[in-house]
Ligand binder design. Structure first.
Ligand code: OAD
Length: 249
């Protein structure tokens, strides 16, 4: 692992446009469960039912009770971990241009990352389905579900449900970043949900180095990524930052 950390630090220093693609795994050490695997959200909730816009449109109160209320509670109280902080530090060191995240928890921004593209939207904000008013999720009164805007409309998370399109601007900029980077860090994603999972392939096809940080293998491993640094995001990012500081001193 030490060799791979050194290799990644050297690759980062030799690169000019570095982009990170992150997934639920980077927030696991902040106490937010991933979607898949042991203890994952989709183990207890069927994504094609409760993660789908059609179900929300039919019965928003039920989706709030089964899925969103718990997530709101976890996200309201979560704080960034060393994985998020490490990426923010890379940006501050001038070694990372942007983060494309599939996460909806707002923890990259809380850690200090400035250029964050929320590919699947955000659960830190709610949007009124009638008037479009946006409010912070932590300020929404959930005594009655679904919560409602003063105009009477239902509040929905400002995220992308299954059955909805990725916001055009986010999709376009992510593609630009993927095609234009010379190194992509892929952190804590199972890399199976498209179109986000296509970003590493796009970057690789444009000639970028792809480095995965994940405790387990993914479909990218050995196929799209150049190498996998096996481990939790916090531990790996701490080791990487320490190595970069040694090399640049
Ligand atoms: P997943 O839950 O599919 O995958 C989480 C990944 O994180 C797995 O590859 C784990 O091995 C890894 N992991 C676990 N602990 C980790 C740690 N401490 N550090 C680093 N990695 C760790 O999450 P995503 O790939 O983000 O979409 O899922 C993609 C999309 O599927 C989500 O954005 C969501 C979901 O359905 C929508 O809701 C539209």
């Amino acid at each position: 692992m030490k060799d791979l950390i050194r290799r990644a630090a050297k690759d980062l220093l030799a690169s000019k446009r570095v982009v990170a693609l992150t997934g639920a795994g980077i927030s696991v050490e902040s106490g937010i469960p991933p979607f898949r695997g042991h203890g994952g959200i989709w183990e207890r909730v069927d994504p094609m039912v409760f993660g789908h816009i059609d179900t929300f449109a039919r019965d928003p109160g039920k989706v709030w009770r089964v899925l969103i209320r718990d997530l709101k509670d976890i996200i309201d109280h979560a704080a960034p971990n060393d994985g998020h902080k490490g990426l923010a530090r890379l940006e501050a060191m001038g070694l990372l241009s942007a983060v494309i995240t599939q996460n909806v928890d707002g923890l990259h921004q809380a850690a200090g990352s400035r250029d964050v593209l929320e590919f699947h939207g955000s659960c830190a904000w709610q949007r009124c389905m009638d008037c479009g008013e946006k409010v912070r999720t932590r300020d929404v009164d959930i005594a009655a579900l679904p919560p409602r805007c003063p105009c009477g409309g239902v509040f929905r998370p400002d995220w992308v449900f299954f059955g909805e399109a990725i916001p055009a601007a986010a999709l376009q900029r992510s593609r630009q970043l993927a095609r234009g980077c010379d190194l992509m860090l892929v952190v804590g994603t199972s890399a199976i949900v498209h179109p986000a999972a296509a970003m590493p392939m796009m970057a690789r096809d444009a000639g970028a180095i792809i480095i995965e940080i994940n405790p387990g293998r993914t479909p990218l491993t050995g196929a799209v990524s150049d190498y996998l640094i096996k481990g939790g995001a916090g531990m790996v990012m701490n080791a990487l930052i320490a190595e970069l500081e040694t090399l640049t001193l």
